[in-house]
Design a binder for this molecule. Structure first.
Ligand code: NDP
Length: 327
């Protein structure tokens, strides 16, 4: 029996996870197929129920479902419980276990971004979805003393702050309204800026105007496709240190792989496949658009953006088109 692993989200076609995970499964000779399931929220419960079938090793969960999946699994691991968001599901018999490997994945990426400097204590986080929850949890447990969350819909940012009420009781975690003057004031006081919104997936669009970026910020955009989002280009032009979401993707993906297969993830194979996808576009994987058909048609495979990572600020044209995130 060929086993199955699926990525459930909306959209999914822009994702590099499929290519990366299939390459890892093939490299270890594991008879399993990674599939992309494009599902609207209304179809999520059915999709999760299907995972109880014997042929499934598990699943990745992506935008916009990471929080909605929480009540649909049987047990949550500590990071999933703490964040209230699930990005990986594994199976124990008929039971589904919800994990959050975005948290350790983000920590590895943040350590690399910070480099030899002392770990900063103040961060601005853009976004309040599933990814932002993983980022905020990682920052709290890394000892940050002040985290300010900006989100388009303020109430969701406030919900995130309430969720972390207890674990953040010793520090200053707050949600602020998304006004440029407020953002500018916070950015002038911070050292780390993390974009955990999906805005950068749209070519040329940035969550914040370039002129608000002070020099010397450490800027991470969780978006990895395109590899150089507009925010990262603007930040590099403002002499900030930048990083896209590729290292986090690799690290969360390696941990996902280990949860499904019980084997060490072949990091070099996964890294090479990410580089290949970035440079040559995505390999075709089966995309199941689900019961709702083609609504919200995602990006064409191959819309990986063209600029090499670290080459931000070069203003190079980005080939292909990016997926329009569901807002
Ligand atoms: P969610 O759908 O849970 O959250 C999306 C977030 O983006 C919300 O804060 C939403 O704001 C905001 N947003 C979306 N569209 C707009 C818009 N037009 N204007 C302003 N804000 C907008 O998604 P996730 O949190 O799961 O993912 C967010 C991003 O992080 C995605 O691009 C995803 O690919 C990336 N990611 C990368 C990872 C990696 O390994 N590199 C891991 C996880 C995520 P609102 O609440 O107001 O709608």
């Amino acid at each position: 029996m060929t086993n199955r692993v699926v990525l459930i989200g909306h959209p999914v076609a822009h994702s590099f996870s499929g290519a990366m995970q299939q390459a890892a499964l093939d490299a270890l000779g594991i008879d399993a197929r990674y599939e992309l399931w494009d599902r609207l929220q209304i179809d999520l419960a059915d999709a999760i129920a299907e995972l109880r079938g014997e042929e499934f090793l598990g699943a990745n969960i992506t935008i916009p479902h990471k929080e909605h999946v929480v009540p649909l699994v049987d047990r949550l691991t500590e990071d999933a419980q703490a964040t209230g968001a699930v990005n990986v599901i594994s199976r124990e018999g008929k039971k589904l276990i919800g994990h959050n490997t975005d948290v350790p994945g983000f920590k590895v990426a943040l350590d690399k971004l910070v480099g030899r400097q002392k770990m900063p204590r103040h961060a601005v986080v853009l976004g309040a979805g599933g990814a932002a929850r993983a980022v905020v949890h990682a920052l709290i447990t890394d000892g940050f003393q002040r985290i300010v969350v900006f989100n388009r819909h303020l109430h969701r940012g406030e919900g995130l702050v309430r969720h972390f009420g207890r674990s953040a009781a010793h520090m200053d975690l707050k949600a602020m309204p998304w006004h440029e003057s407020v953002l500018e004031a916070e950015l002038s006081k911070t050292k780390v800026l993390v974009n955990a919104t999906s805005i950068g997936m749209i070519l040329g669009e940035s969550p914040i105007p370039a002129e608000l970026l002070p020099p010397d910020l450490l800027v991470m955009d969780l978006v990895y496709n395109p590899s150089q989002s507009q925010l990262l280009k603007d930040a590099a032009a403002a002499r900030c240190t930048t990083m896209n979401g590729e290292l986090m993707l690799l690290q969360q993906g390696a941990r996902s792989f280990e949860l499904w297969t019980g084997q060490h993830a072949p990091l070099d194979v996964m890294q090479a496949e990410l580089e290949r996808a970035r440079e040559h576009g995505l390999r075709q994987l089966p995309i199941d658009m689900g019961p709702s058909g083609g609504e919200g048609t995602p990006a064409a495979p191959g819309a990986s953006g063209g600029a090499p990572s670290g080459g931000a600020g070069d203003g190079s044209a980005q080939p292909g088109r990016a997926a329009r995130p569901s807002a």
